[in-house]
Design a protein around this ligand. Structure first.
Ligand code: DQA
Length: 144
């Protein structure tokens, strides 16, 4: 069982970026949380990927086909704009879970739209970085 965790723009700035919203933990902490959770859940492999570029995220989703069993994705700002990421998720048709560190539903109007959500079987918001561990658990249950 192999999972791919994809993170969108500015998530590499965790720890520095708006700590009142996203906390003080860093991107390295996010990677460590995903690796620990994946090991505990019995995944054979987890790859954690981050890019600030929409096309690179789309390439990564396409490359997942035949390599990974499922995807956890925080498209970050592209959540609210990217039909391309939605179409890539639909194209590979791998089970996917959407994660947001913050409670997007309590934030600005422009964050209330999620294109990626239509291709995900679950969405987790407002659980901080532990939301990734939760998402990996849901994905594992879904794959089992
Ligand atoms: C985010 C929420 C998005 O609205 C925002 O653009 C992000 C991070 C989150 O994890 O809470 O970059 O996806």
């Amino acid at each position: 069982m192999k999972s791919l965790v994809i993170n969108g723009p500015n998530l590499n700035m965790l720890g520095v970026r708006e700590p009142d919203i996203y906390g003080r933990q860093t991107y390295d902490d996010l990677v460590a949380i995903c690796k620990k959770a994946a090991t505990e859940l019995g995944y054979d492999e987890v790859e954690v990927f981050q890019s600030n570029h929409e096309g690179a995220i789309i390439d990564k989703i396409q490359e997942a086909l035949g390599t990974f069993d499922g995807i956890v994705i925080n498209p970050a700002a592209y959540t609210h704009t990217s039909v391309g990421i939605l179409d890539a998720l639909k194209a590979v048709a791998l089970p996917a879970v959407e994660v947001h560190i913050s409670a997007v539903e309590e934030r600005e109007d422009f964050r209330q739209v999620s294109y990626a959500r239509a291709a995900c079987f679950a969405t987790i918001t407002g659980e901080g970085l532990e939301g990734y561990a939760h998402a990996l658990r849901l994905l594992k249950d879904h794959l089992a």
